[in-house]
Design a binder for this molecule. Structure first.
Ligand code: HEC
Length: 294
C-alpha cells in the first residue's frame, strides 16, 4: 500500500496554486482580502479534508486485508518522516530486491530493462505545466489577460497620463519670461512644421496666413518681434479666428510657444525675407519697427 501525502501538505499545495492563479489574473496582491479568493481557499481546504477522510476509510479497508508481514512493513514505513520518505522516493536508487521486482521480461544480450516509475517531483511539475498551459491558453484567447495589444494600450495610456502629470509640474514660459534663444530654433521648426506650415507655408513664406518672413505685420500688440509672435501664438488673432489661440486653447504649452516663436524670429530676422518674386505671399499689414531687445 502506498503512503499518502499528509493533509497539511495538500492544503499548502492547493493554497500555493490558488495564489499563483489569482495573482496571474489580478496582477496585484489586492485579491488576498477579496471574498472570491477567501471563499475559494476555504472551499478548497474543505475539499482536501473530505478527500483525506475518504482516503483514510479506503486505507483502513486495505489495511484489514493485508497479511501480518505486510502490515508490519507498512507500519515501519509510516515511521519514516514524510519528507525523508519523499526524498528517498525521488532520489534514492532502489535496492537489488526492488530492482528484481520491476524487471521487465525482455532482456537482450544481458541488457535488462527496469519498469521504473517516474519521479514524483517530475510528474508533479509535468501535471502543473499541463494545467498551467490549459489555463493560460484559454485565458489568452477568451479574456483580456496577457493580451499584448490590450497591455500595450493600457501601458500607453498610463505613460501618456504620466507625461501629462509631469508636464503640469514643468514651469512653462510666459510672455514675460520667454526669451529668444538660438537653441530653440531647431525644435521650434519641428513645431512649426507640425502645426503652422499648412497656413503659413514652407519656411513661413505665407499662404492662408500671412508671410512671416517680411517686415509687414497685421497684428503688432507687442513692441519686440519675439514677444509679438509669442503673443499671437498664445492669444490668436482678434480680427481673424483662422489664427487660433494656440496657447489659450491648450494646444501648445508655454515652452512650445517659446520654441516656435524662436523659429519665426529666426526666419524673420536671421534670414532674407521670401519675396513675392520667390513665391512668398505679398506683404500684409503695416511695416513694423520692432524694438531691438528680446
Ligand atoms: C488655420 C490656418 C493657420 C494656422 C494653422 C496658423 N496660422 Fe498663424 N495666422 C493665420 C492667419 C489667417 C493669420 C492672420 C490673422 C489676422 O488677419 O489677424 C495668422 C497670423 C499669424 C501671426 C501674425 C502675423 C501678422 O501679420 O499679424 C503669427 C505670428 C502667426 N500667425 C504664427 C503662427 C504660428 C507660429 C502657427 C503655428 C503654431 C500658426 N500661426 C498657425 C492662419 C493660421
Amino acid at each position: 500500500m502506498k503512503r499518502r501525502t499528509p493533509a497539511y501538505i495538500n492544503i499548502l499545495i492547493v493554497l500555493g496554486l490558488l495564489l499563483v492563479v489569482f495573482y496571474m489574473f489580478a496582477q496585484t496582491s489586492d485579491f488576498l482580502t477579496s471574498k472570491y479568493f477567501l471563499g475559494t481557499a476555504v472551499i478548497s481546504i474543505i475539499v482536501v479534508f473530505i478527500q483525506t477522510a475518504i482516503g483514510d476509510l479506503i486505507e483502513n479497508e486495505k489495511f484489514k486485508k493485508m497479511t501480518d508481514e505486510e502490515k508490519a512493513a507498512y507500519l515501519a514505513e509510516t515511521q519514516i518522516p514524510y519528507f525523508k520518505y519523499l526524498w528517498n522516493g525521488a532520489f534514492k536508487s532502489q535496492s537489488e530486491k526492488e530492482e528484481k521486482d520491476m524487471l521487465i521480461d525482455h532482456g537482450f544480450d544481458g541488457i535488462m530493462e527496469l519498469d521504473n516509475q517516474l519521479p514524483k517531483w517530475w510528474l508533479g511539475l509535468f501535471y502543473f505545466g499541463v494545467a498551467y498551459c490549459v489555463l493560460y491558453v484559454t485565458s489568452y484567447f477568451l479574456t483580456d489577460f496577457a493580451h499584448p495589444y490590450k497591455e500595450y494600450d493600457q501601458e500607453y495610456k498610463e505613460q501618456i497620463a504620466a507625461v501629462e502629470d509631469y508636464m503640469k509640474t514643468v514651469p512653462q514660459a510666459t510672455i514675460e519670461t520667454a526669451k529668444f534663444s538660438e537653441d530653440n530654433v531647431e525644435e521650434g521648426k519641428v513645431i512649426f512644421q507640425t502645426n503652422c506650415v499648412t497656413c503659413h507655408g514652407e519656411g513661413g513664406k505665407g499662404g492662408i496666413g500671412p508671410n512671416l518672413t517680411d517686415g509687414f505685420w497685421i497684428n503688432q500688440p507687442e513692441k519686440t518681434l519675439f514677444k509679438n509672435v509669442f503673443y499671437m501664438v498664445e492669444n490668436g488673432s482678434k480680427n481673424n479666428p483662422t489664427m487660433q489661440a494656440w496657447g489659450k486653447n491648450g494646444v501648445l504649452t508655454g515652452n512650445d510657444i517659446e520654441k516656435v516663436a524662436a523659429y519665426v524670429y529666426h526666419i524673420n530676422q536671421e534670414q532674407a525675407p521670401i519675396t513675392p518674386a520667390q513665391g512668398g505671399a505679398a506683404p500684409q499689414g503695416t511695416e513694423a519697427h520692432w524694438e531691438k531687445s528680446n
